[in-house]
Ligand binder design. Sequence first.
Ligand SMILES: Cc1ncc(C[n+]2csc(CCOP(=O)(O)OP(=O)(O)O)c2C)c(N)n1
Length: 287
Amino acid sequence: MIMGNDELVRDLEAKAKKLRLESLSVMKEMGIGWLGGSFSSADLVTALLFYKMRHDPKNPQWPERDRLITSKGHSCEIVYAALAEAGYFPREELKTYSHPGARLQTHVNTRTPGVDYSGGSLGLGLSFAVGSAAGAYIQPAEANLAAPVRRHAPRYRVYCVVGDGECNEGQVWEAAASASHFRLDNLTAIIDSNRFQSTGAVEKTLNMLSLAEKFRSFGWEVREIDGNKMGDVVATLEWAANIQGKPQAIIAHTVKGKGLPPYENTNCHFIKITDEMIKIGQETLKN
Ligand SMILES: Cc1ncc(C[n+]2csc(CCOP(=O)(O)OP(=O)(O)O)c2C)c(N)n1
């Protein structure tokens, strides 16, 4: 579809609202949900799956698909709403969220069509993304990790959504070092910097100071954006895809609970979902 930029952004904004509302009813299924982190990352997930990524819901295992690695794997409800909207599985299946044996578990899991990474334990997804991005430089027939990997254009791009609290984990920084060492320019890390983690403010729990400066010092190209402003998200994903020779980090400053005003900028991490919240959502998120 060819669209003007304004039209595209409006379209994606409307989609992000719809997906927030839908993910709220996904959470209602369990009675409790990862509201804050799902809603803060909603615009990022929407722009990735409905604008930037090359993927095919009819063929989830297409080897050349771009990968979405949700390292902050608890923020799964928004991912499920987006995957259903894209056509990976019937929307009806959203109602099975968190049920025993269901494909939609309370952290992203590869048994869900369209999910390439199983989350739960924080700090690991960027390492997984590094391996996946390196793999994109290897043709399947010569998959030998001991060999240098730069003889081909990458077969796909990898997008990894990481929490700012998650960046407390040391393994994130081992992954950051190796991504630039291996010049993985097909890897974009998007830090959902909503300033909270489960137990409180990130700054008070373990202050990492400037994530932008940290990623830069690890050899990444870095941009800081308003991660709830669709125009900025779209433009920055374009910027990232054009960088050569270095991985890119997008520090997306977001609002925890964005879209549900009484909860915005609070640590609405894993909270009970009430009928009242659905009512507010239906008001504030209608298109
Ligand atoms: C290794 C590990 N430690 C602790 C937890 C428990 N935990 C679940 S979510 C969360 C907070 C994560 O904060 P952040 O990455 O900022 O996510 P967001 O605020 O975007 O939801 C924590 C500590 C975990 N899942 N894994």
